[in-house]
Design a protein around this ligand. Structure first.
Ligand SMILES: Cc1cc2nc3c(=O)[nH]c(=O)nc-3n(C[C@H](O)[C@H](O)[C@H](O)COP(=O)(O)O)c2cc1C
Length: 222
């Protein structure tokens, strides 16, 4: 698979088959992803790759919290500005319409949306997950490095026939994840990532993108 194909075929998959992901495949992907760039080669990512009983335990504990209407954990970072300005606000609305429209959920059906969102904490059925932490002393450039690392992982997963879904949703239950993984105190959970083979029976739509001239400015010389 070439890079264009990997980029084009990667999407946030929200329905995974039971089929396990071989440990060797995950090791191959994570070893290759370590070549991701980072400022001064800090390599600020801390990835926990979780399968089997520990992942089942994380899902179970998260599920119990949802069933008990337990409030989310105190956030360790702000996921979005409280008042999202244009054009981001409109893009978020368009995404919500695409995501929930594909599931046949009406815009005003808050409960159905919440039920669909709860699948995040079952990793959409995925048999493997990556929980990505960053040191709380590091700043925005290093968080950006972590993003590049995660995209590298997701593209390499495509080369292995695997799919993924990055999930900030897991940061809302960071204490539950920490109970099972016991990361050092100086790490903040940026996001989880569900990993597995796609369950092709789950409906989805392809998300759109802004036209190139909204996000890219070419400044050409003579
Ligand atoms: C950092 C990050 C966090 C995300 N968190 C979630 C999440 O918690 N749950 C979810 O279903 N999708 C999540 N997504 C997926 C985005 O919704 C998705 O990437 C976006 O809508 C574009 O769609 P596509 O990835 O299918 O092209 C996240 C994506 C990123 C990059």
């Amino acid at each position: 698979m070439d890079v264009y194909e990997a980029v084009a075929s990667r999407r946030a998959v929200r329905g995974f088959a039971d089929e396990p992901v071989p440990r060797e495949t995950l090791e191959r992907v994570l070893s290759a992803a370590a070549r991701a760039p980072s400022g001064s080669n800090l390599q600020p990512w801390h990835a926990y790759v979780v399968t089997g009983a520990p992942l089942a335990e994380i899902k179970k504990r998260a599920g119990e919290r949802i069933a008990a209407n337990d409030p989310w954990d105190e956030p360790e970072y702000e996921q979005y500005p409280p008042a999202l300005k244009s054009p981001y606000r409109e893009r978020r609305s368009a995404f919500g319409a695409e995501r929930y429209g594909a599931l046949g959920i009406a815009r005003e059906d808050w409960e159905a949306r919440q039920r669909a969102a709860a699948a995040n904490w079952d990793c959409f059925g995925a048999p493997a997950a990556l929980f990505c932490y960053v040191d709380r002393d590091l700043g925005r450039p290093q968080w950006s490095d972590v993003g590049m690392y995660l995209q590298t992982v997701m593209l390499l997963l495509r080369a292995e026939g695997l799919h993924s879904c990055p999930q900030m949703a897991w940061a809302k239950f960071h204490k539950t994840v920490a109970e099972v993984l016991s990361p050092p105190d100086d790490l903040v959970l940026f996001c989880g990532m569900s990993i597995g083979f796609e369950d092709t029976t789950v409906p989805h739509t392809r998300t759109g993108r802004a036209p190139l001239d909204e996000t890219v400015t070419f400044v050409d010389g003579p």
